[in-house]
Design a protein around this ligand. Structure first.
Ligand code: FPP
Length: 239
């Protein structure tokens, strides 16, 4: 077994996923959309555990976008409740699971209770290595605008000069500061858009689009996506 694993190419260090298709999954079963999100949260648990067993170091998931507020109050509330429950459990099991949590997005619009859970999860897990990044009230353009604003503010205060700005320095102003870019981005559910997800960080990522709906997504689907990633040649614009 161990020998077989040694022959497998290393998995990507950082995988990012757009957890899409929860609503359609529920509709197909005549269930409310919130049931789809609940099944989606289970799929997340499954995949997070599997990523850990494979040795993936960073898993980033799109849990709630800046556009998702347009959904019904019931649906938004349902997703927030799932996140709250998940984080409450994660905080109880923190020392056992040793997963580091980060949150990418503007948390100020979340309930004070959820904000506190996010901050506690981040603060209590800083020393752990395997990392899950939740994109929450996240938008890629919004992230870039905020980073530009923060840099401009430092220029206005005389702390930086415009010519100091490089791609590397700019990355430090993003929510993802310090996290390597994802090598693989997976979008299930048959949609082929980036939907404002990790716009800056995805510059050299391989995208794998799959037909399976997120609540049905299992370890075998992740294996397929990783195999596809390994099949593609990654030349970063070179030859
Ligand atoms: C997109 O599917 C999914 C979301 C907007 C929410 C994702 C949230 C979760 C999976 C739960 C989060 C909680 C944890 C613990 C990870 P969609 O609703 O747009 O599906 P559709 O395109 O079929 O309508």
């Amino acid at each position: 077994m161990a020998l077989e694993n040694e022959n497998l190419p290393a998995p990507p260090r950082h995988i990012a996923i757009i957890m899409d298709g929860n609503g359609r999954w529920a509709k197909k079963r005549g269930l409310p959309r919130t049931a789809g999100h609940s099944a989606g949260a289970e799929a997340f648990r499954r995949i997070a555990n599997y990523c850990r067993s494979l040795g993936v170091e960073y898993l980033t998931v799109y849990a709630f976008s800046t556009e998702n507020w347009k959904r019904s109050q019931e649906e938004v509330g349902g997703i927030m409740l799932l996140l709250r429950k998940y984080l409450e459990e994660a905080l109880l099991d923190m020392e056992k699971n040793r997963v580091r949590f980060r949150f990418f997005g503007d948390l100020s619009r979340l309930s004070p209770q959820l904000q506190k859970l996010c901050h506690d999860a981040e603060n209590r897990s800083v020393s752990y290595d395997v990392q899950v990044n939740f994109c929450l009230n996240y938008g890629g353009r919004d992230e870039i605008v905020r980073a530009a604003r923060a840099f401009a503010q430092e220029v206005a205060e005389g702390k930086r000069r415009p010519e100091d700005l490089t791609e590397g320095l700019f990355s430090n102003y993003l929510y993802s500061a310090g996290v390597p870019d994802p090598e693989l981005i997976i979008r299930p559910s048959g949609e082929m858009r980036t939907s404002n997800f990790l716009l800056w960080q995805s510059a050299y990522a391989e995208y794998v689009f799959m037909d399976v709906l997120w609540p049905d997504f299992g370890p075998e689907d992740l294996d397929k996506a990783i195999a596809e990633y390994h099949r593609r040649s990654r030349r970063f614009g070179g030859v």
